[in-house]
Every structure is written in structure tokens, then in C-alpha cells.
Design a protein around this ligand. Structure first.
Ligand SMILES: [Cu+2]
Length: 248
């Protein structure tokens, strides 16, 4: 009789552990409490689920964007292989366009997004697969809320605009431009700056927007020919020197 008690406790622990395991593997995103303020939509995000070899993604988990991202990009530290896949859903509808693409260096995969995607919370579920044929799941969320563009400087109608890099800031930091606008960054600081597309340090969201080191007086230009939001930063000051361009 004495021996039965420890055995009973053992059985309960095993049952409890199996239940937790099943619960976790059947729900890709567990309810979370990350909240963002100043948004007209209810942005309450689930906790992200990170797969093996995951590094970062753009848009970032829990971010609320003033426009539609041109694509969703997820970065890894291991070679991706088919059939890796990204799904971008809102209210049960898929807003991804075309096939999931694996970048040439095999460390990132991306899916283009419908430029007419409505405001709301988007859930990204992905399957990352490796050369040995195994796959792992992951997921995260972001929101689109076009009313957030009120904090963007409206420069629509100008064919060429300049962003100054001054006092370790992009000035203006957030701006709205029309399709086909040429944007030129100029470094007015004594220290070196960079223009790098998010995330840091993968710089994969919009690979055409990555400069070399810019010394005092150096310039760098990009012409934006597609609508959407372009999230970027300076990789020398990645925590504080961030900017965003909304192309309409
Ligand atoms: Cu900088």
C-alpha cells in the first residue's frame, strides 16, 4: 500500500505533462496580453511561437502599421528548403499573394501581401522546412491601422524628397510620398550612418533599401515604385534611429 502513493503521484505528473504537450502543439499561438495604444482597432496580440532556427521577422510581432507591408519576411539561421510556407490571414481570409519564396542565400523566406488588405489584425503562420525534410511551425501577429498615418508628414506631390540624418535621427522620421518618388538620404552628422531595411541585422524586408556606410555629406537614394509601407533603420543606431515611408 505504501508503494502505491508515489506511483499515483507519478501517473498524475505524466498525465499533466502530456496534456500540456498536446495543448501547446495544437494551438500555434497562445493568448497573450501585448497591447498597443493609440490605435482605433482593438490590437490585442497573441504570444508569438518561434520555430527552430528562427531569428526575426518583418513586420515585427505586435507592431501596428500605418499601411500595408509589401511582404512578410521571416529570417532563420539555417538553410530553408521546400515546402517552407507562409500564410497571412485576417478573419479567415488569406491576404498573401503568389508563392512563398526562399531567398537566394536560403536564410529568409517571404510572401507578398495584397496591397488592398483591410485594417485589422493579421496572423502569420509559417512552416520552416530544412534540407533533411523536417519542418517546424511558428507564428506571429501584426496589425494594419491606416488611421496611424496622421503622424506621417505628407509629402505627396513632390517627385524628389530629402531625408536628413541629423542628431542620430531621420528627419522627417515618418513620411508619406506618392508612387515613383525618389528619396535621398543625406548624412549631416559627424558620425557614420546607414540606411537599412528592417529587420536588424537581417536587412531583408526590402533589399533594395540598404546603403553602404554614409560619412558626413554622403548621400544615398532609392526610388519607390510600389505602394506600401517601408520600415527601416540605421544599423549603427538600430535601437533609436528608425524611420518609415508610406508610399501611396
Ligand atoms: Cu545612425
Amino acid at each position: 500500500m505504501k508503494k502505491l502513493i508515489p506511483v499515483g503521484v507519478f501517473v498524475v505528473i505524466i498525465l499533466g505533462a502530456s496534456f500540456l504537450f498536446i495543448y501547446n502543439s495544437s494551438s500555434p499561438l497562445t493568448p497573450g496580453s501585448k497591447q498597443t495604444n493609440e490605435s482605433s482597432i482593438n490590437t490585442s496580440f497573441s504570444n508569438p511561437k518561434k520555430s527552430a532556427h528562427y531569428e526575426s521577422n518583418t513586420p515585427e510581432h505586435g507592431s501596428t502599421l500605418a499601411g500595408v507591408p509589401i511582404n512578410v519576411v521571416i529570417n532563420f539561421n539555417f538553410d530553408l528548403a521546400v515546402p517552407s510556407d507562409i500564410k497571412i490571414e485576417n478573419d479567415g481570409k488569406d491576404y498573401g499573394i503568389g508563392e512563398t519564396e526562399i531567398d537566394e542565400n536560403k536564410l529568409s523566406m517571404r510572401k507578398n501581401m495584397d496591397p488592398n488588405s483591410p485594417n485589422g489584425i493579421y496572423t502569420v503562420n509559417y512552416k520552416a522546412c530544412w534540407p533533411d525534410g523536417s519542418c517546424h511551425d511558428g507564428g506571429f501577429q501584426f496589425a494594419i491601422d491606416r488611421t496611424q498615418d496622421s503622424s506621417y508628414e505628407d509629402m505627396i506631390g513632390q517627385n524628389e524628397i530629402t531625408i536628413r540624418m541629423s542628431e542620430i535621427q531621420f528627419m522627417p522620421k515618418n513620411l508619406k510620398i506618392g508612387k515613383g518618388t525618389k528619396v535621398t538620404w543625406v548624412n549631416n552628422d559627424e558620425v557614420e550612418h546607414f540606411v537599412n531595411t528592417d529587420s536588424h541585422p537581417a536587412h531583408t524586408y526590402f533589399p533594395n533599401q540598404n546603403s553602404k556606410a554614409l560619412k558626413t555629406g554622403d548621400t544615398y537614394s532609392v526610388t519607390f515604385s510600389d505602394t506600401g509601407i517601408y520600415l527601416y533603420h540605421c544599423s549603427a543606431h538600430a535601437d533609436s534611429m528608425i524611420g518609415s515611408i508610406l508610399v501611396e
